[in-house]
Write a new protein. Structure first.
Length: 152
């Protein structure tokens, strides 16, 4: 659980949509000597998402929003140009959602690729025909008139 530090960014790898967002995670613990809760050090985790999860992440999450993420945690270690040892925490996300403790959300299922009409972007004409054989761009009256015409 943590807050998005920036809007998610899109990446494309081998034609597959990916997205990443960094979250700030600050744990708390009860300090008996102070008889109060104290914050731990803030950790920053880079969350990676792929395919539909990435598209939904890009459309849904904004900077500062509280998130709950599940997935596979890993770490990376390297030495930068100044010979300073560096490390990062990474999470390959399996699921991402808003933390409803801090607000409300509205859920909308995206259209499946097969449910989206093939639209000519120049004319706005719908070119595809749905699985039932009818053209979704035509009204029932237009289809009924055409079916009354004699076939030669």
């Amino acid at each position: 659980m943590g807050n998005a530090t920036a809007d998610p960014s899109e990446r494309t790898h081998d034609g597959t949509v990916s997205a990443l967002v960094r979250i700030a995670v600050t744990g708390r613990y009860y300090d008996a000597s102070k008889s109060d809760f104290t914050d731990r050090k803030t950790e920053f985790i880079t969350v990676f998402a792929r395919r539909q999860l990435a598209r939904n992440l890009l459309a849904s999450v904004k900077k500062g929003q509280p998130l709950i993420v599940t997935g596979r945690l890993s770490s990376s270690e390297w030495t930068d140009q100044d010979d300073t040892p560096r490390h990062s925490l990474n999470l390959q996300a399996e699921a991402i959602g808003h933390d409803l403790t801090y607000g409300t959300a509205s859920f909308t299922k995206p259209l499946r690729l097969g449910d989206q009409p093939d639209v000519d972007h120049d004319t706005g004409e719908i070119r595809s025909v749905d699985a039932g054989g009818s053209n979704p761009a035509r009204s029932d009256d237009e289809e009924a008139e055409e079916s009354l015409e004699p076939a030669f």
